[in-house]
Every structure is written in C-alpha cells, then in structure tokens.
Design a binder for this molecule. Sequence first.
Ligand code: SF4
Length: 687
Amino acid sequence: SNMRKNQIKRTKTVCTFCGVGCSFEVWTKDRKILKIEPKHGPVNQISTCVKGKFGYDFVNDQGRLKTPLIRKGDHFVEASWEEAIAFAAEGLRRTKEQFGSDAIGVISSSKITNEENYVIQKFTRQILETNNVDNCSRYCQTPATEGLFRTVGMGGDAGTIDDIASAGLVIIIGANSAEAHPVLASRVKRAHKFFGQKLIVADLRKNEMAERADVYLHPKQGTDQAWLMGVTKYIIDQGWHDEAFITENVNDFEAYYESLTPYTLEYVEEVTGISKAQLIETARMIHEADGTCILWGMGITQNVGGSMSSAAISNLLLVTGNYRRHGAGAYPLRGHNNVQGASDMGTLPNQLPGYQKVADDEARKKFEAAYGVEISPQPGLNHIEMVEGIEKGTIQALYVVGEEMALVDANLNQAHELLSKLPFLIVQDITFSKTASYADVILPGVPSLEKEGTFTNTERRVQRLYQALPEMDNAKYDWWITQQLANALGGDWYYTHPSQIFAEMASLTPLFAQANYDVLANWGSFFWGSNDGASTPLLYTDGFNFPDKKARLAIHEWIEPVKYDAQYDLHLNNGRLLEQFHEGNMTRKSNGLNTRLPVTFVEVSPELAKERHIESGTMVRLVSPFGSVKVPALVTTRVQQNEIFLPMHTRNNEHAVNMLTGAGFDKFTNTPAFKQTKVRMEVLHDK
Ligand code: SF4
C-alpha cells in the first residue's frame, strides 16, 4: 500500500555524500522528494548537514542519463539496453582477443554500493581475467590505508565516531572536517565545548576547527611528517611514552627510535616553521590526555609523503599506547560515502574482497574455486598506471563506473588528451559527465535513492539503504548493468537482489563472515574488523593484525616536499567547501546549495594581496607547469603568506583545480600529490 500513487512513502536511506554515514528517512510522493527526516540514525541521530538535507535535487535533474547511448561519429544516439550491452561487450571481447586481458582496465566508484563494487571486482577478475581494477581511494585515502597496513595491519578507523567524541584529546591534521565531515565535526565541537575535550588542529588553512582549537599548528607545506617525528621523539626523550604497552604490543622500537635521531625540536622548528613551544605543548597535551584520537584527511594523504606521514601518525599513537582502547586511535576521514566500502569490496589491483591479497595463495585459490578461473598473483594496474597505459598503448579499453576522470585526474590537459586517444571507453554514470563525453558507449546507472544495497562509512560501519524512488526512465541498477555485461561475455550470473551478492561476498570474506542483510535490517549496523567476522566497533582488542599480534613501527624515511621556484613561487592548496561536493556533478544541480555558494574563487592572504596590489574580486590567472585557470581572488586570513587555496568544486574546466595539479605522487601508493601544486599568479587588473 505504501507504493500506491499519491501516497507519501517513507524510506530509510544512507546519505550519498560524505563518509560520516548519516542515515535518515526520505519522504517521497511519486518522484517528488518532500523531506529528509533524520531520527534513528545510529551515527547522526537527529542531525544532518546542509548537503544531506538539501542536496538531492540532482536525482530529478533533467540532465540525468535516462537511456543508454552509443557513439556514432561525433555524437551519441539512444540505444536499447540489448544494443548497448552487446556493443559494450563486443568492444571488450575484441580488445581481449587482440591485446589480451591486461589491456583492459576497470575503474569502480565510491558512490555505488558495496554489492556493486563486489560485482565489479568479480567482473574484472572472472570475466575480463585481469587484476586491473581500482577505485578513487587512489586519489585520496590509499596513503592512509598504506600507513595503517604497515603499522597496525588493518586499513580502517581504529574505533568509532563515539570513540572520537569520548577522547581526551582530538588532533585533526590536514582535514577540513567542519565542512567536509560536518556531523562528525559537530560531535567534536560539542565534546570540546561542553565536556573538556582538548583539540589540536594542524593545517595550512585556518579552517573552522582550527579557529576553535586549543592549539593551531601551521606547518610549512609538506612537512607534517617532520613535526610528527619531532613530537614523538620529544615524548620518548621525556619518558612520556607507554613502555608497558610498547613491550607487550610493538615491534621495532629501538630501530624506530634511531630513525628519529635528526628530529630534535630545533631541527623540526626549522623544517616546519612550528615553534618549539608549540611542539612541546602538543607533546604535553598528548601525554596528559586520557586517550588521543588523531583524525586526518587529504592534507596529509595527497602529498608526496602521504603514506609516510600516515605511518608517522600511527607510530605516534603506538608509542603513546593510544590503540586497543576506547577514546583513542587512528581515524583517517574517508571522503565519499562509500570510499571505505569500495576498497573493502576488493576493487583494488592487489587485493580481493576484505583485503585478502592476490599474492596470497590460499586466498587466491578460494576465489579461483568460486569463480572458476585462474587469478594472477601479480597485482594489476592502479588508476594512474592505467592512464599511463593509454599513452603507452598497453591499455586499449576502460570500463569506468561513476568516476569523473576528466575532472578529477591530476594534470587534466593530459588526461583529456589520453581519454580522446583511448580506443574503447565504456562509461556508466547517472549524469552525462565530462568523462562520458569521451565514451564509445554510455550506460545509465541510478543514484542511491533508486536502489537497495549497503554503504560503509568512515568508522567501518555497514548500513543498508532501501529504494525510495523508482529507477528513472530506462536507467538501471548498477549491479544489474554489470551482470548484463558479464553474461554477454559468457558469464553465468543470476543475481536478482543485492542480498544475494552480499551473501556471496560474505561467504568468501572472513571479515564479513557474520554479516548479513538481517543483521543490517532497518537501522542495524555491522562493523567489520575481526578475522572471525564478528561485528567489531573497536579494532585490535585481540592484538594487531600480524601473525605475532604485534604492531610494527615504520622506520622513518624523509620524503622531500615539492619545492617552489622562481617561476612558480606560490603554493596552491585545495579542498572542499561545506555546500558542495567534489567536482559538483551532484551538488551543482541543487538550487538550494548553489544559491549559498554561487561562484568559485581563490583564497589569497592579506600579505600576498598587499604585495600584489589585489583585493577581493580582482581577477587572477593561476599558472602551473601543467595548465592555467582564471578566477577572482578572495582576500582572507584563512590562508597565510604565499599559500593560496582553490576549492575543488567546479562547474566547468575553466575553474578546475586539476588543470593545475600533477607535480608528483606519493612514493608508496601512486596517489597524486594534489595538495602540492606550485603555481604563479598573474593579476588581470583590467578584466
Ligand atoms: Fe551526509 Fe556527511 Fe552531511 Fe552526514 S555529514 S548529512 S553523511 S554529507
């Protein structure tokens, strides 16, 4: 009866935007979204942020893809699903025959469900027979995961958002959480304001949380690893480390301490620009706190030293005994609503679902038996390597699901050139994205409100979403599309509901062994985290994820940041604003959000504005070795000296920050150093 026309229907869903994972009821009447009502959300209770509340206009936007499209010369024609799937499958078959399986790459999405990510990795490994599959964590969070794998053995938040709220001290590094993770940040704001929680923020930009912090650290760009080392060394030198914890739980302490030798307070002050007094104050606050949580984001990870800095965070927590207890630990802040889930489900070139390595014979054999194919023990290509492969001719076809490569890849001029060169491109998306304009065939998927499935938030919490609206026109569930492609290429798939996909995944993935749709029904949650597959809100209670149960301190290695020079004398930082989300393909469709933030701008410090004789509104051109953009300046004390800040949200190429990025990669994960971009600024006074 709920489905009858003209009746108001209420459906539980999980927010489609950030990794906080707010859930709420959406009230709908036919295709109309009447209201978002949070009330039982285990993460958010009765809160949402402005995106969760007003960000859903894109679902009914006229620009939605409503039917499959096939390229005919320089335009697209509408096609039936039979035609489009046959055409897409034929392109893949031809490529595989002519160039081999490894000439095809697959890019999955952090916006689609766990079930859809699972079938995409299965499609890649079983049907295409390659490990060339990756997801957008390659752009953002892989260095954090790498730092955690190296030190504590699992790539997820150590505890829950409740743990963050109950910590004695919260340290936020390189993350604009008040705007990018608003509901989580509000928990910290409340704990700080009313319950005596201490707050340290380290960031290039004085964001809202930095304004509130007890201590605000402003390191020179790319030097976070140095102050983390310096503070850790000072803590050990004072005897403030947790010796009992280290003896019981941690390997490599001596060698690690050795590697800190150069990081005296004097040296760190020189390298980072953070005063000795502030370094000591930070160390003292960690020492005195009843539990420290460190939260970090892309200000750490999107740097050439992203993995090393992430490991440095984990090292500091290990040395001070801030793991294996509530109100403590490492918390990488996942950006997209399902970026955690995409990696959990194995859309990674080196890992099967649940972080089982392709190189692990036992794990691989299990999947080989289930899928009836051989799986290579060699990792496939990551996103960056796939794009490079287009240039080399080793990648001949890509299947891109929901990823706006043509706006979010670093060095966009090059990305556009390579996408236009690629012999065969399948794009599956909900809108006609910039990337879709390069496609040979476009397959229309559906957004979260039009499907069932599960998402996994930043604290490893898996939650179900139910279908609130019918699929728009001829658009289809993303898992259905992948299944059609698989079957057109000889597969034998017969899923009729995401619950079957989840059950298959759980049967092959120890971390999810005890998870199922019943546990997750309605407002239920499951936290992955134990190899016995039980729900595990707090990680490592049974020891760290290594055979001897002991953590490994990562020996420090200094990674030199990207340097400015005479030609490119400014450091360009970038990030999110509250009202928009990423490249804007969803949030730019919302009038409620656009009126709050109508134009793009570059933030310029008062010092720099004075030196260059500009004021708010002056047009400037930013020029990097890779491209240029023209934007108005906004003079603000949020940024200092020669550091400027460009929001990442864009309506078109003109403002895309990624026309400028491309200067380097994290050494261990190939993540682009988006945050380390050197530019010069030309003032266009007459414009
Ligand atoms: Fe959605 Fe994140 Fe806002 Fe919650 S905080 S409503 S998950 S965007």
